[in-house]
Design a protein around this ligand. Structure first.
Ligand code: ACO
Length: 331
């Protein structure tokens, strides 16, 4: 279907739970050190939701903030997409819970699962409905409570992740603004390197699955790392070339925040100076689907990105998945 309208972001919001867990705090529970975590990942601290807070709670606050930023009411929303690997429950979807919390009058609502690439998958999906004129305003949210699925005795994983939510209102924007290109992909063969095995139809929850700690995230870090370094650089470049632009046209990079060394690979591939990359993983760790929208919200509110900037958004994640886009900022 041909494109009738330009789709872009007219409002952003985010929500981080207040509790901070530092690397020093983790030194007390697993055999690790601040020096190891900072030098290998760039992470210094992360936010962790309390026992009464679930993904939909963070998502709802982020969504309200994005609506305020866009000057819209919940009734103006035509669709809600929540990207998450840590839904409140198997069903109803977290998007339906958010719709009820917001009072967003019967608009369609559904979750998508593409791990850390989920927000970009959702954004690209939403932009198709805007481009065709089918809908006017779509709320896309990336929200996670990964802390609830981590084995806090496993130093390979527990130091990496954090909780949070970010939201964007995707709507029509003026010509030459908004999403200029997109690229998405998946490598299901590599999915085995990052899994949460139990609790689904293959291995339903049982005494055995709990005893064997299969309800926690398991990761082969070095395999994911090799994939991530390659794909983040490749997908960033592809977003630029698909927009018919060159690296010299890129003003800013807002990448998924998993590891500073992975981000550096993408930055160097785009020939960008360090100050043209938004980094918050030192404060929040890897928030999976929430990483890109939280970074985008902070970059917008602090004016690190300005109207007219050409921004590359890029992410990789479990699945394995990846996505990128070139976006001309319209706010
Ligand atoms: N503290 C101290 N030592 C540790 C820690 C820790 N927290 N974690 C692992 N180690 C040890 C391992 O046990 C291993 O020890 P061994 O060699 O004696 O077996 C050693 O450190 C591994 O060292 P390296 O291989 O050099 O570690 P590397 O440089 O690969 O860094 C890391 C590990 C940070 C996990 C890296 O591989 C990485 O970032 N991978 C990508 C992970 C990622 O981004 N995952 C999220 C995907 S997003 C999503 O969809 C949810």
């Amino acid at each position: 279907m041909s494109k009738l309208y330009n789709a872009g972001i007219i409002g952003t919001g985010s929500c981080l739970p207040p509790k901070i867990v530092t690397n020093e705090d983790l030194e007390k529970i697993v055999d690790t050190s601040d020096e190891w975590i900072v030098s290998r990942t760039g992470i210094k601290k992360r936010r962790v939701a309390d026992e009464n807070t679930a993904t939909s709670d963070l998502a709802t606050v982020a969504a309200r903030r994005a609506l305020d930023d866009a000057g819209l009411k919940p009734s103006d929303i035509d669709m809600i997409i929540v990207a998450t690997v840590t839904p409140d429950m198997n069903f109803p979807s977290t998007a339906c819970l958010v719709q009820a919390n917001l009072g967003a009058e019967h608009c369609p609502a559904f979750d998508i699962e593409a791990a850390c690439s989920g927000f970009l998958y959702g954004f690209i999906l939403a932009s198709q409905f805007i481009a065709t004129g089918a809908y006017e305003n779509i709320l896309v949210i990336g929200a996670e409570c990964l802390s609830k699925f981590l084995n806090w005795k496993d130093r390979n994983t527990c130091v990496l992740f954090g909780d949070g939510a970010g939201a964007a209102v995707v709507s029509r924007v003026d010509e030459k603004f908004g999403i200029l290109s997109h690229c998405m992909g998946a490598d299901g063969e590599g999915g085995k390197h990052l899994i949460l095995e139990a609790g689904g139809s293959r291995k339903p929850a049982s005494f055995e699955t709990v005893k064997n700690e299969l309800h926690y995230v398991q990761m082969e870090g070095s395999e994911v790392f090799k994939f991530a370094v390659r794909i983040m650089a490749k997908a960033s470049e592809e977003a630029v070339s698909l927009a018919g632009l060159t690296k010299a046209d890129v003003d800013f990079l807002v990448p998924h925040q998993a590891n500073i060394r992975i981000i550096e690979g993408a930055r160097k591939r785009l020939n960008l100076p360090k100050e043209k990359v938004y980094i918050n993983l030192d404060r929040y760790g890897n928030m999976s689907a929430a990483s890109v929208p939280v970074a985008l919200d902070e970059a917008s509110r602090t004016k690190a990105i300005k109207k007219g900037d050409r921004i590359v958004l890029v992410a990789f994640g479990g699945g394995l998945t990846w996505a990128s886009c070139m976006l001309r900022w319209s706010k």
